[in-house]
Write a protein that binds this ligand. Structure first.
Ligand code: ADP
Length: 409
């Protein structure tokens, strides 16, 4: 029986391994993580991330051939194939701060693999890393190898958050890069056989290491341009600020409802979400902010609002929530609750359910004049105006291209 271990139970590792397990009953898949709360959540009824279809896939194979564990070293030692899907955040300090990828997590994972391995391993690079990382990792592993053979493969992830399961079930392509040596080719073949359980051969492309790394980075660079258009969403912050102070004189002490906190619909991921800027702007002007998102927890929101920009991707470096932010922010589990008594509603994520809300009911329970700032063109502005709202919408409908936008993970 082939044993797979994935280091990192995040947005990439979790769904990818669940799909491998469900499609390959004869392979044992263990997802390990140093974060106990994350692993506990993967073993519970409330998974730590939300993706349509993920619950069903995990339920179908958890305890059968899919396991989640904090016993990182044991499962790494036992595995034939090790996926590394740890965080690669942007560096916050030192050379390349704000630009270069921080490979600290990757490096410590590689050193741990070298420490605990007793048999040959295929190590698969799953996180987005700079080109030639595989070579650096190879050096760490082979210099500490104790005679063990390591084959490094690059198998970049192209899934989009919000459609991860669909993308994993029917990938346009699976890219596997490896060394062009007999051992390298054998390793590429071994990983190809895993995917071949459900992906047609012609969609599995094999190449050399650095080409595989490069294609992921090229895809991300292209996407980054589109992301920066999403960042134009934070223009909503200015729009909100400006319009609110032309209308209210001040938002100080006023209640503003935020509908949606995730960076796009059908995900609970808040990294890079414009909602953080908008909320921080409003909090800075001393508004009371009441937030509703169907998938983002209160804990996550409070953490995001307390953190500095570059710390968002550093789960290990969490900072305590500032006491004033706790006082000014309430997180509720219902859009009607969030908007009750509010002066304004800001729609910041294009969740389908926001289209279906009873806006007459919302209007009746708000302070007048009642404002709607629709940052995602979710509502029918004309209809809302008929009800009596003052409506500001920005941008063109984003639905189409946001849907197929992979995460820059
Ligand atoms: P991605 O979006 O790429 O999946 P995430 O940040 O969602 O990234 O997940 C990365 C996970 O990797 C986190 O849960 C983190 O705790 C875990 N992790 C980081 N370093 C290690 C390590 N050395 N061993 C095990 N897990 C790790």
């Amino acid at each position: 029986m082939v044993k797979i271990c994935c280091i990192g139970a995040g947005y990439v590792g979790g769904p990818t391994m669940a799909v491998i397990a469900v499609k390959c009953p004869a392979i044992e898949v263990v997802v390990v993580d140093i974060s106990k709360p994350r692993i506990d959540a993967w073993n519970s009824d409330k998974l730590p991330i939300y993706e349509p279809g993920l619950d069903e896939v995990v339920k179908a194979c958890r305890g059968r051939n899919l396991f989640f564990s904090t016993d990182v070293e044991k499962h790494v030692a036992e595995a034939d194939i090790i996926f590394v899907s740890v965080n690669t955040p942007t560096k916050t300090r030192g050379l390349g701060a704000g630009k270069a990828a921080d490979l600290t997590y990757w490096e410590s994972a590689a050193r741990m693999i070298a420490d605990v391995s007793k048999s040959d391993k295929i190590v698969v690079e799953k996180s987005t890393v700079p080109v030639k990382t595989a070579e650096a990792i190879e050096k760490i592993l082979t210099h500490n190898s104790k005679g063990i053979n390591y084959q490094i493969l690059s198998n970049p992830e192209f899934l989009a958050e919000g459609t991860a399961i669909e993308d994993l079930f029917k990938p346009d392509r699976v890219l596997i890069g490896g060394r062009e040596t007999p051992e390298g080719r054998k390793a590429v073949q071994a990983l190809k056989e895993v995917y071949a359980h459900w992906v047609p051969e012609e969609n599995i492309i094999t190449t050399n290491l650095w080409s595989a790394e490069l294609s992921k980075l090229a895809a991300n660079a292209f996407l980054a341009q589109r992301i920066s258009s999403v960042n134009a969403m934070s223009a909503l912050c200015e729009a909100t600020g400006a319009n609110v102070s032309s209308m209210f004189n001040t938002v100080s002490g006023k209640k503003v409802a935020i509908l949606g906190f995730a960076f796009k619909k059908d995900t609970g991921d808040t990294r890079e979400t414009p909602a953080i800027d908008v909320c921080k702007g409003l909090l800075g002007d001393k508004a009371h902010v009441s937030i509703y998102d169907p998938e983002v927890t209160e804990d996550q929101i409070q953490r995001d609002l307390a953190m500095n920009k570059f710390d968002w991707d550093h789960p290990m470096h969490l900072q305590p929530t500032s006491p004033s932010a706790i006082k000014q922010v309430s997180v509720v589990w219902d859009a009607y609750e969030a908007t009750k008594g509010a002066h304004a509603v800001c729609i910041l994520t294009e969740w389908n359910q926001f289209k279906e809300l009873d806006y007459q009911k919302i209007f009746d329970n708000m302070q007048k004049p009642a404002f709607v700032f629709d940052g995602r063109n979710v509502v029918d502005a004309e209809k809302l105006r008929e009800i009596g709202f003052i409506v500001y919408s920005i941008g063109k409908p984003l639905d189409g291209w946001l849907k197929d936008m992979p995460a820059i993970a």
